[in-house]
Design a protein around this ligand. Structure first.
Ligand SMILES: Cc1ncc(COP(=O)(O)O)c(C=O)c1O
Length: 414
């Protein structure tokens, strides 16, 4: 993994050039597009700070990135400058971060991790239907109980079944016997096609599914499957902290990834990333999108080009080395919290390559959880777990005061 960092001037110039390659609602004759630059009363484009703010400039110019531009061909020509930035971004994520071959992946900037996950499930459902004549009730999505709720949401929207795999309470790893039992049971009831979602970090624990063990089982039993990786949380940290990860396009059992800039990259909301091996986007083609040049292959349709620009700018500002340092600092900070918790005898879960520390609920009072905005595993009952997510704003001083208060609470209990 390597890419250079760029200076603010270089980034500014590049985005300026991209905007100049777009058609400008202000300067050109554009009669047929049902959109314009942003409302001038609220978003005036002569504010002096815009000169040095390529993201805000793009936001105001309001380019639409509808469709999937890595497919080449004749995508909407109006915004080709910033669409090229999006293509560069997808290429960088696919090839540098996820180890894909040169020009071997397609993708787009999605509204978030939820859409990117559902886009994957949609594509594989259509693939099984189109290529193998599968019926909806012969297709199932398989994921662990710690997976994000976008998986049941996707299965519900797409009218296919779900298999939810148990995880071990302490290790948060998928229980092998449960996997074997549930997949056999599904086959006995006529399921033939498996859309398997593996977590390159779960939301609550930062646990990373044991993809080698699961995919070996699928292969040994000659199951018909496609594997999608939910890297919405971990996608912009795990590849930077774990040099020997199995989660990359070098692993030919993996077909697609979700990443999410608006978590670890601190980009604005609307910066999910969907990346898939070439040859699959066609299964999400909506032929009826006849007014869109280049058609549409996404769930969302219209989307702002400013989001792609924001992601591209952040990745280029830090460079790969800068992000490695940043992400490793976060995991180091999480590790230091863990060593304090261990000294206090508090039970917790932490994956050393991730920045989440999840404490057993019985050690933390509701008062402390509220004071430090810890997130519980469930808002319904007494939580089993509370998590700390060590992000940029989580300063050592605040962590220290939390740990001191926790220690005082535990001492007073004993
Ligand atoms: C593992 C995982 N997948 C998917 C999502 C959904 O992402 P979004 O909220 O961007 O749609 C999240 C969000 O927390 C997540 O942690």
């Amino acid at each position: 993994m390597y890419w250079d960092k760029l200076s603010h001037e270089q980034i500014n110039t590049k985005i300026e050039e991209a905007l100049n390659d777009n058609l400008s609602y202000r300067k050109e004759k554009i009669l047929g597009v049902p959109a314009s630059y942003l409302d001038e009363e609220q978003f005036y484009d002569d504010a002096p700070f815009l000169e040095n703010s390529p993201f805000l400039k793009t936001l105001i110019a309001n380019p639409n990135h509808i469709g999937c531009h890595t497919l080449g061909g004749e995508a909407e020509p109006f915004f080709k400058g910033t669409q090229k930035i999006e293509n560069e971004l997808i290429e960088l994520c696919a090839e540098e971060i996820l180890g894909g071959g040169k020009g071997q992946q397609d993708g787009y900037v999605a509204p978030g991790g939820t859409e990117a996950n559902i886009q994957a499930i949609w594509i594989y459902r259509n693939y099984f239907i189109k290529e193998f004549g599968a019926q909806s009730n012969e297709i199932t999505v398989v994921y662990s109980q710690d997976s994000h709720y976008s998986m049941p949401k996707g299965a519900n929207i797409l009218n296919i079944k779900s298999i939810v795999l148990d995880v071990d309470y302490s290790t948060r790893m998928i229980v092998q016997e449960d996997l074997e039992h549930k997949l056999k049971q599904a086959q006995d009831t006529g399921v033939k096609y498996f859309i398997v979602v593996m977590n390159m970090s779960t939301t609550m624990f930062g646990s990373v599914d044991d993809i080698n063990r699961v995919s070996e089982y699928l292969d040994e039993n000659k199951l018909h499957y496609k594997i999608h990786i939910d890297g919405a949380f971990g996608g912009f940290i795990y590849p930077f902290t774990n040099d020997s990860s199995s989660y990359s396009f070098k692993n030919d059992r993996i077909s697609s990834f979700t990443l999410d800039g608006h978590k670890m990259l601190q980009s604005p909301y609307g910066t999910g990333v969907f990346i898939i091996r070439k040859g699959f986007m066609d299964y999400a083609l909506t032929e009826e999108a006849s007014y869109v040049q280049g058609k549409d292959y996404t769930i969302c349709g219209s989307r702002s080009g400013a989001n792609a620009v924001a992601l591209w700018m952040i990745l280029k500002t830090h460079g790969s080395d800068g992000l490695k340092v940043k992400m490793r600092n976060l995991t180091a900070k999480a590790a230091s919290v863990c060593s304090q918790l261990t000294k206090m005898g508090v039970e917790f879960y932490q994956n050393p390559y991730l920045n989440i520390v999840t404490m057993r609920g019985n050690y933390v009072s509701a008062h402390l959880a509220k004071k430090y905005a810890l997130v519980p595993d469930s808002h319904n009952n007494d939580p089993n777990w509370y998590k700390i997510v060590v992000m940029d704003h989580v300063k050592k001083g605040v962590l220290d005061s939390f740990l001191m208060e926790l220690k005082a609470e535990l001492n007073s209990k004993n």
